[in-house]
Design a protein around this ligand. Structure first.
Ligand SMILES: NC(=O)c1ccc[n+]([C@@H]2O[C@H](COP(=O)([O-])OP(=O)(O)OC[C@H]3O[C@@H](n4cnc5c(N)ncnc54)[C@H](O)[C@@H]3O)[C@@H](O)[C@H]2O)c1
Length: 353
């Protein structure tokens, strides 16, 4: 009988530990996320479609399962299980909550359960910041940013942009909720951000006055359809995926993170595909842009629609785990896996039939 392999105890990693690990390391995380994204694009991942659990009695809510596996040197499998309950914010708590499970590459045993909302927001912001950089390389680097929808994700996008070298002369803020706009302005003030901050009551104004527009609303269907608002050809980070009417996409250079993932779940690109019956309006992926296979002309709006890939959560989660492991801060549940002898307590007991 082979000697039993040691099974790592399950570590439970709190949001406080995740935040302490990631805060101040945004530049490193942005590099990790871009590298992982490129690994995924090179086929060194398994990243099946996300599964959306929806509820007839709570139509605005959902819980998404994002299973994934990363190859290369990282070698980790896992699942992010993340809820979106938009009504939470009126009860004073964030919309999204979740856990990330990391599974051992060789045994399949889960070895960590991490608070996932911070990891998710960080990886989303990191890839958005990377896209902002790559999509604006053939145009003047944007110095006027506009945030359209200013909840937690907008805050993370701003934090990662600032940490990766972006600064803005002007920051536009637009939200249907005055409380959200005030909260975001409070965050900007507390983070001692340079640049003039303007709250725009009208959607049109925040777009027209920004060269980099970040959509981070919770809109379920397109609500921005006027092409003239994009006459100045901004770079648009369409993080919330469902704000832009197809006609805006048809007049833009469309870059996605992953074509198969993004053209699903009633995203704006998915609606555009349904309308045309083809994917010709998608010019390529961010990987195509980074690799120089696709150029992004300055003479058109450039729209990045990132569906969000489970492999990115895995990479950031593994980074957090490794950091806490090295610093001796892992909190483990020693007896979580209890049946570790196939035939019971005596390793020499006869095979049960
Ligand atoms: N693509 C990805 O990888 C990815 C990852 C994480 C989150 N997201 C998306 O980011 C979005 C924002 O998430 P969050 O956690 O910041 O949510 P949140 O609830 O904290 O903030 C959303 C804000 O948008 C505002 N809003 C809603 N509809 C609006 C409209 N039509 N116009 C202007 N403002 C509007 C709300 O008032 C709120 O302040 C969600 O749609 C979420 O699904 C995308």
């Amino acid at each position: 009988m082979p000697a039993p392999r040691a099974v790592a105890p399950l570590a439970v990693i709190s949001g406080a530990q995740v935040q302490r690990t990631l805060q101040g390391r945004e530049r490193q995380i942005a590099e990790l996320v871009e590298a992982t994204y490129r690994l995924h694009s090179a086929g060194q991942s398994v990243n099946p479609p996300s599964y959306f659990l929806r509820f007839p009695d709570r139509p605005s809510a959902r819980i998404i399962a994002l299973p994934a596996s990363i190859g290369g040197d990282v070698r980790v499998d896992g699942l992010k299980w993340i809820s979106s309950f938009p009504e939470n914010t009126s009860a004073g708590i964030p919309r999204a909550s979740g856990v990330l499970i990391l599974n051992d590459h060789d045994t399949g045993y889960p070895f960590a359960c991490l608070e996932a909302s911070i990891i998710s927001a960080t990886r989303t912001a990191a890839l958005a910041a990377s896209a902002a950089d790559w999509l604006s390389r053939s145009r003047q680097r944007p110095a006027r940013i506009g945030f359209f929808g200013v909840g937690l994700i907008a805050r993370y996008v701003h934090t990662v942009l600032a940490a990766t070298g972006w600064s803005f002369d002007e920051i536009g803020v637009h939200d249907v909720s005055a409380d959200s706009a005030a909260g975001f302005c409070g965050y900007l003030e507390a983070s001692a951000t340079a640049g003039r901050v303007t709250v725009h009551d009208r959607a049109e104004d925040v777009i027209r006055s920004s060269d980099l527009v970040v959509f981070a609303t919770v809109a379920a269907r397109p609500h921005v359809s006027d092409l003239a608002w994009f006459d100045h050809n901004p770079v648009v980070l369409h993080v919330s995926l469902r704000d832009l009417a197809p006609e805006i996409l048809f007049a833009s250079t469309n870059i996605v993170d992953d074509v198969e993932h993004c053209l699903r779940a009633d995203t704006s690109p998915h609606l555009a595909e349904r309308l045309t019956g083809n994917r010709d309006f998608v010019h390529g992926t961010l990987d195509d842009v980074i690799a120089g296979r696709v150029t992004v002309p300055a003479a058109k709006p450039a729209v990045f629609s990132p569906f969000g890939l489970g492999v990115l959560d895995l990479a950031v989660g593994k980074y957090v785990y490794d950091h806490l492991d090295r610093s001796g801060e892992l909190r483990v549940v020693d007896d979580f896996f209890h049946e570790l002898r196939r035939y019971g307590s005596s390793p020499s007991s006869p095979e049960q039939r």
